[in-house]
Ligand binder design. Sequence first.
Ligand SMILES: [Zn+2]
Length: 307
Amino acid sequence: MVGVTQGGVHAEPQLLIQNNSEITQHTEIVDITKMGSAASEPMPDIEISPTIVPTETPTPWIPNSLSEYQNLVEFCKRSQVDSDQWRHALNQVTFPSDISDEAQKRLPDRVDIRPSCNFDFQNQPRAIVLHYTEGSLEATIATFQQPHNSSAHYVIDRDGKVYQVIPEQFAAYHVNCYGNRNLCIPSCPVCTNPDGSFVEPRSQTIGIELVNLGHVDPRYYISPTSSANGGLFEDYNNSFGYRFWEEYPQVQIHSLQILVEDICSRWNIPLDMVMGHSRINNNVDPGPALNLFWPRYGNPMRPSIFQ
Ligand SMILES: [Zn+2]
């Protein structure tokens, strides 16, 4: 114990492990000597702890080089026109997805790139913000491809297919205080720098949109043909002021889990920095149907999406 204290008390964690292993070996050598002198019997086989090999350090993730996005940046620098012809040209621009190969293999389909010019260059992600689209995949992409409109890094369709719109190293226009801290909610976790100064949340977040209508009037909601593709969720608590919400299909949630896990591991983002848009702006998305960390109360019930 003394040795442990002397060797490890002020050391870095790695050093502590190393010192402990040395001490363990030393103790065992002493024990062997005692046994040998106390008895003339043959030395029993004694299992000596193998040398502790330090845990292999995982290869650090290296973000894509900014030069990979040069085509997109150059294209967007040219005049942006709200026309079908311009959008067609934009859709020819491509860049490598940020999603790891391992994650892409687990997704139901390959990731498609549907680029947008609605970004700026300052993003240091430390949170993931989730949204619903309130419309179809194509309507959402069309909005994101309109010049000077909104955007998000990813869109997940209801069949689980993932589309990347903006490189993660760029800021997408999915959360905004419009230069005024008071336009975001007081407890916003990504609107303030460590020194207390204001910061736009888009410059520290990755935005994911899920194709979903949000709150709906059940009298006019047209159920999808397959129940696996959604249906309605009834929130008994009316927690966001509405009772009926379009469901998030399981296959879509599965892709969300894979994508969030991948982003969190690459950017070292803790799970408690995965949040709904409603934690930043006075919005209700993604709503009570997307029960991130809590069991869902209502119909149908569901265990939490992230543990
Ligand atoms: Zn939103």
